[in-house]
Design a protein around this ligand. Structure first.
Ligand code: HMG
Length: 401
């Protein structure tokens, strides 16, 4: 049976910060574009969160989808230890009640864990469809080396039999290792990171999982037309690919990775969503036909779990992409100044109530879903009342309701 991604889309909020501005403000004599490969980072306004971003990402792919019986939400930015954020999204997207829904976590690897689970679910239940949503806020301390690798965003992908975008097989190389390169204790607002160690383990697990995958699949680097990597910052993909080329005595060809980096250079790290934003970037921006071409994927989640796997691009995949929606979203974003960035950065820590009191949030938003209120420790979400007026994402189910 053929199984894989039938539809895939992503969402980023409207606001971004130029990293040149950040470097200037922090007194850092570096162009972040040169060392990290990053131009901008997405910034989350106070009335959006991982739920609204995730629901937004799914809007494009939800039209005429009534058979979803499993919703998996991958995140490492969850705000509740018990209730899965998938339940809010299930309601916002009006999914059938006859649907399992839960949240998974293993740093940035959570989305790939969800994908492997979903593929097996479809093999056992061929008529079913699985919706995977990955949504994250990559937040490092202000004025730390991690800060220029911040960002936020979400992806949604529909997994089914006879997919129309990417088909996967079962040859994968995966590995788990107990290391402390990046972690987020519950009582802290930002991750703790040992940057150098995280990069070292990213590269070492790439080599280890590649070797396992290569042996299992009997494929070499030549069998892969393109490669997509987990992208904490885009420069890492060029270095990772270079390492694979040296290992395999393969000629370095930047075309193998470049198109997968276009969106992330302008967004920053999105943790669980990053690898799949790279895939969307490649499919949207590579103009030639990729039908029947093999793409290699490297997923890395600090802590750590890593996996190398691959997929074949389906015939006619271009008809099933949301390229125009994505390009419009990216070009309609708005630059903010340092003051607004720091206000948005601090907003949830300073103003989201921790004592059960009420906070009403601004309803002005370009997002289709809004976090409208926090009261009695509960978050309330709503459809954007301005939505009908905003001439965007016209295909959305919300507009039909
Ligand atoms: P840093 O201290 O800013 O940079 O931290 P550095 O001193 O390591 O320098 C970085 C590179 O810039 C070096 O190049 C310098 O030479 C170069 P390299 O030796 O690597 O080739 N450089 C310059 N280049 C041009 N012009 C200049 C200049 N100066 C220096 N003037 C770091 C960078 C990425 C470590 C930091 O931003 C960080 O800690 N980020 C967060 C952690 C991270 O992103 N880790 C990546 C791997 S782990 C991962 O991907 C998982 C993760 O997504 C979390 C999860 O799984 O949930 C993070």
């Amino acid at each position: 049976m053929k199984v894989g991604i039938d539809k895939i889309s992503f969402y980023v909020p409207k606001y971004y910060l130029y990293l040149d501005l950040l470097a200037k403000e922090r007194g850092v004599d570096i162009k972040y574009e040169n060392n990290l490969g990053q131009k901008k980072m997405s910034v989350l306004p106070p009335n959006e969160d991982i739920v609204t971003m995730g629901a937004n990402a799914a809007l494009n792919i939800m039209k005429h989808e009534n058979d979803i019986d499993l919703l998996i939400f991958a995140t490492e930015s969850s705000y509740d230890q018990s209730k899965a954020c998938s339940i809010y999204i299930h309601k916002l997207l009006k999914l059938n009640s006859n649907c399992r829904s839960f949240e998974v976590k293993q740093a940035c690897y959570g989305s790939t864990a969800a994908l492997r689970l979903a593929l097996n679910h479809i093999i056992i239940n061929p008529k079913s469809k699985v919706l995977i949503i990955s949504s994250d806020i990559a937040k490092y301390g202000l004025n730390t080396p991690g800060e220029p690798t911040s960002g936020c965003g979400a992806i949604a992908m529909l997994i089914s039999q006879n997919p129309r975008v990417i088909e996967f097989d079962n040859f994968t190389g995966f590995i788990t290792k107990d290391i402390m390169d990046f972690w987020s204790p519950n009582y802290l607002n930002e991750a703790i990171v040992d940057g150098k160690s995280s990069i070292k383990h990213y590269f070492s697990t790439l080599k280890e999982t590649w070797e396992i995958y290569k042996k299992a699949s009997n494929r070499n680097l030549n069998d892969h037309d393109k490669l997509c990597f987990h992208l904490p910052f885009t420069k890492i993909a060029e270095k990772a690919y270079n390492q694979l080329c040296r290992l395999e005595n393969h000629e370095f060809n930047s075309e193998s990775v470049d198109h997968g980096l276009i969106y992330s250079k302008e967004i920053g790290n999105t943790y669980t969503a990053a690898l799949y934003i790279s895939l969307i970037s490649l499919l949207d921006n590579f103009k030639q036909d990729l039908s029947d071409k093999r793409i290699g994927f490297f997923a890395y989640g600090s802590g750590c779990v890593a996996e190398f796997f691959s997929g074949i691009v389906c015939k006619d995949y271009k008809k099933n992409l949301f390229t125009k929606v994505h390009l419009d979203m990216m070009s309609n974003r708005q630059s903010i100044d340092m003051n607004t960035y720091e206000n948005y950065y601090n907003y949830s820590d300073l103003y989201y109530p921790k004592d059960g009191s009420q906070l009403t949030l601004d309803l002005q938003s370009s997002s289709s879903f809004i976090l409208s209120e926090i009261n009695e420790h509960k978050r309330t979400y709503m459809y954007n009342p301005e939505y009908e007026k905003l001439n965007i994402q016209k295909q959305a189910i919300v507009a039909e309701s």
